[in-house]
Design a binder for this molecule. Structure first.
Ligand SMILES: Nc1ncnc2c1ncn2[C@@H]1O[C@H](COP(=O)(O)OP(=O)(O)OP(=O)(O)O)[C@@H](O)[C@H]1O
Ligand SMILES: [Mg+2]
Length: 259
């Protein structure tokens, strides 16, 4: 995908997704610019994770189109591996990391560096992993190193490592689905700093969280979905945090029938 003349790294056009008779997404139009952080907001069950799965090739939409770097992708050829090769990575809170492995091994799952005899180049992998955690992520000292077991790391550190992986493998679009769930205040801060790094390094991010304050701080634009449909799309200049909060509350109360 060498085409540089594209406006959006990823675009969904009139996407619909049904699970049996559950219509999870309806006529979704959603785009992410080349160097943009888009906050994706919506209640539980609104369809956010389903959108992520379509973007990353886990699910194929029932209808509509997915465009990457301005080119339409063919559903039947699109999968997680293809998404990686297009520079699209997802970071889930828990499931993205092999718990029992040492950190350096974890970086290279499924994409080992091997020598000409097919053996894993341990020295090289450790060296790269060390550079990532020190320079890219900025973990300095405090008991975390390439030999640390992933299961010993805090939630925020795991999230950071998964993001570091995505950055090392040159992902242009990093999708974070609920990264701050069950993280301490300090860890949340660290994750938000990582997202800032994603932006500074010229990449794009889709950030999903129920914490409106966090989403507001780091996003350039907000897309709000409600029961499978896009109900609003604002740039940060158009919307204060208070207004965004009010807007979301209005949807929540409509749903409960309070109005
Ligand atoms: N594999 C599936 N089979 C059937 N229904 C599904 C499936 N996956 C999702 N759904 C339904 O689709 C709707 C959207 O779910 P989704 O997980 O995308 O919501 P979400 O916005 O990520 O919610 P949350 O904020 O709670 O994570 C829900 O009604 C859900 O029950
Ligand atoms: Mg979800």
């Amino acid at each position: 995908m060498g085409n540089k003349n594209f406006q959006y790294i990823l675009e969904m056009k009139n996407v619909g997704m049904s699970f049996g008779n559950v219509e999870a997404l309806r006529n979704i139009n959603f785009s992410v610019g080349k160097n943009e952080v888009v906050g994706l907001l919506g209640d539980n069950g609104a369809g956010k994770s389903t959108m992520v799965k379509i973007m990353t090739g886990v699910l194929h939409p029932t209808c509509g189109e997915l465009h990457i770097r301005g080119k339409k992708v063919t559903s039947r050829d699109y999968n997680v591996k293809k998404a990686h090769s297009y520079g699209i990575e997802t970071v889930y809170q828990d499931k993205s990391l092999g718990e029992k492995q040492a950190l350096w091994r974890n970086f290279f799952i499924g994409r080992q560096i091997t020598n000409r005899f097919g053996f894993i180049n341990i020295k090289k992998e450790k060296e790269i992993a060390n550079n990532i955690i020190m320079d890219m992520i900025g973990f300095r000292g405090v008991g975390i190193g390439v030999d640390s077991k992933v299961s010993k790391l805090s939630g925020g550190e795991r999230q950071g490592i998964a993001i570091g992986r995505a950055m090392h493998f040159d992902a242009d679009l990093i999708i974070l689905d609920e990264p701050t769930v069950s993280l301490s205040v300090k860890e949340v801060k660290k994750v938000l700093q990582f997202v800032e790094k994603i932006r500074v390094s010229g990449r794009a991010c889709v950030y999903i969280s129920h914490n409106i304050g966090h989403v507001y701080d780091i996003s350039d634009r907000f897309v709000i979905i409600d029961r499978g449909m896009v109900v609003a799309n604002f740039s940060k200049e158009e919307m204060s945090l208070e207004k965004l909060d009010e807007f979301l509350l209005r949807f929540a109360s409509k749903k409960r029938g309070d109005e």
